[in-house]
Design a protein around this ligand. Structure first.
Ligand code: SAM
Length: 182
């Protein structure tokens, strides 16, 4: 079976997330930031066929990954999923409206622009659509000489205390996934 060409998640992390979503009987999933479709396909294929799967990703940012993401969504449709791809800036009102029209969702995964103002906007705009909201890179530690601008840890630590939450933080190099129940 053909699957996504590039996986950006560490397998133990995404397996932990998928198990949690299965435990929570998730039947509808919104992902903000899908790139090649690696996490989208991994999560979707673990949910029951017929589940609603929606990806929001920005064509400019996606670049060469766009055809792979489009192919991923077509594969999911072929497997019987109610899959949708919304291409555009997650902060744009028309993109938020398109996602909202397909909601609400059992789970929302936020993994797009990792700078504080964007993570905050994605949480404010898409968090209300989800019963469960998850964030990637909650435990990101910059590698020496290769600092990426990722401010999810600050964001996550500032909000998680107000909710029931679970975290996946593995030993060794990892990015971490945080999940909260709204
Ligand atoms: C880290 S990658 C997603 C990886 C994917 N979740 C996975 O694990 O396979 C982030 C993606 O978010 C997209 N992105 C960044 N800023 C965005 C924005 N404002 N709106 C929509 N997508 C955005 C990028 O283009 C990229 O495709």
């Amino acid at each position: 079976m053909e699957t996504c060409v590039k996986k950006l998640q560490r397998e133990e992390e995404i397996a932990w997330f998928v198990n949690l979503l299965s435990r929570e009987n998730v039947r509808s999933y919104l992902e903000i930031g899908s790139k090649f479709g690696g996490s989208l396909e991994r999560v979707a294929m673990a949910l029951r066929a017929g589940s609603r799967i929606v990806s929001v990703d920005m064509p400019g940012g996606t670049g060469a990954s766009r055809p792979h993401l489009e192919a991923c969504v077509e594969r999911l449709k072929g497997h019987g999923y109610d899959a949708h791809l919304i291409l555009g800036d997650s902060t744009a009102p028309e993109i938020i409206a398109q996602a909202a029209a397909l909601g609400p969702f059992d789970a929302v995964f936020i993994d797009a622009n990792h700078l504080l103002p964007y993570v905050t906007k994605d949480w404010e705009n898409y968090g209300p659509l989800g019963r469960i909201v998850a964030f990637h890179d909650i435990a990101y530690v910059p590698k020496p000489g290769n600092p990426k601008e990722i401010e999810v840890p600050q964001f996550w630590n500032s909000i998680k205390g107000g909710y029931r939450f679970e975290e996946c933080k593995l030993d060794g190099p990892h990015n971490g996934i945080g999940v909260l129940w709204r």
